[in-house]
Write a protein that binds this ligand. Structure first.
Ligand code: CUA
Length: 327
């Protein structure tokens, strides 16, 4: 039965359903899935008992027209009383004990040995990821496969909730408090995430991606992030012009590009060109989308703090070329 249910669930594969909670790719997600199967099996048992009793009452033990009502035996049978009290108690225990065990197992008080500890800061409406070695990322979290990960979740403003369905359950991100999420991702791949607590106008646009990398890929990504921005080649005239447009623009107030600007209100753009998405996972990172975003952020993400940048076409093209060159 257990195997049958596991197979059925495996049939709900993640292909084409990236937000499925039924295709676990981490130890934490697997524990939750096991618990889910257990509880479902006990629920099924209760359902079968209740429906069977109901059908028997309807068709077997009911009185026909003209028949005398059967004698009642209310509370006279002590054995029966004990049985139907103890039965439900046992079933509840079989559900409660694994649930509590999973809750504690999923929230270890200290980070496991060798864990990579990453600070996650939720903002209206984007995600900041700070690595212990100084690497920074926005809206795209990179983690190594098969290594314990310890996320400490903080909020810069209101309550958010960190959720990558295939990697485990939601965890609230609460201002003035640090919540933790500990897991080991065990399958390389890209897993989309989404803020799961209503946090204002663009709550639905507060998405992100988690890349579970092989150890080598992760080490390379980490090195690239730490290396600072790739210098814009002088031969790339458009991007070089764009660097000047950026330096003279109000963008510098909110955005950091290492060695160029020191803003910290919005995402760090030092490696913007290496990301696959922009605007917190809402758009694919293509020059057309970057231009659209810079021209009118509110159109894409209502309520976003970023004001529209009114740039004449050639300057906009140059700025976009520069941002895309920041690998
Ligand atoms: Cu952040 Cu919803």
């Amino acid at each position: 039965m257990r195997v049958a249910i596991a197979l059925t669930i495996a049939g709900c594969s993640d292909k084409g359903r990236p937000m499925t909670t039924l295709a676990p790719k981490s130890d934490l997600a697997q524990w939750i899935q096991n618990l889910y199967i257990d509880v479902t099996l006990w629920d099924a048992l209760v359902f079968i008992i209740v429906v069977t009793a109901f059908v028997l009452a309807l068709f077997v033990f009911s009185t026909r027209v003209g028949e005398a009502a059967p004698a009642t035996t209310a509370s006279s049978d002590l054995g029966l009383e004990i049985a139907w009290t103890l039965g439900p108690v046992l079933i509840l225990l079989m559900i409660t004990i694994p649930t509590i065990r999973t809750i504690f197992r999923s929230q270890p008080a200290v980070a496991p040995t060798g864990a990579l500890e990453i600070k996650v800061v939720a903002h209206q409406w984007w995600w900041e990821f700070d690595y212990p070695d100084g690497a920074k990322a926005s809206n795209e979290l990179h983690i190594p496969v098969n290594r314990p990960i310890r996320l400490s979740l903080e909020s810069a403003d209101v309550i958010h909730s960190f959720w990558v369905p295939q990697l485990g359950g939601k965890r609230d991100v609460v201002p003035g408090q640090i919540n933790e999420l500990t897991f080991i991702a065990n399958v390389v791949g890209m897993y989309p995430g989404q803020c799961a607590e209503f946090c204002g106008l663009s709550h639905a646009n507060m998405r992100f991606r988690t890349f579970v990398d092989s150890p080598d890929d992760f080490a390379k990504w980490d090195r690239d992030q730490l290396a600072g921005p790739v210098a814009t080649p002088a031969s790339d005239q458009l991007a070089s012009d764009g660097a000047k447009v950026f330096a003279d623009s109000p963008c510098t107030t909110c955005h950091m590009i290492q060695g160029i600007s020191k803003g910290y209100i919005g995402p760090d753009l030092t490696h913007f060109g290496s990301r696959t998405t922009l605007a917190a996972g809402v758009l694919k990172n293509t020059p057309e989308n970057v231009a659209k975003w810079i021209e009118d952020p509110q159109e894409i993400k209502p309520g976003a703090n970023m004001p529209p940048l009114l740039l004449p076409g050639p300057k906009l093209d140059a700025l976009v070329a520069y941002l895309e060159s920041l690998k």
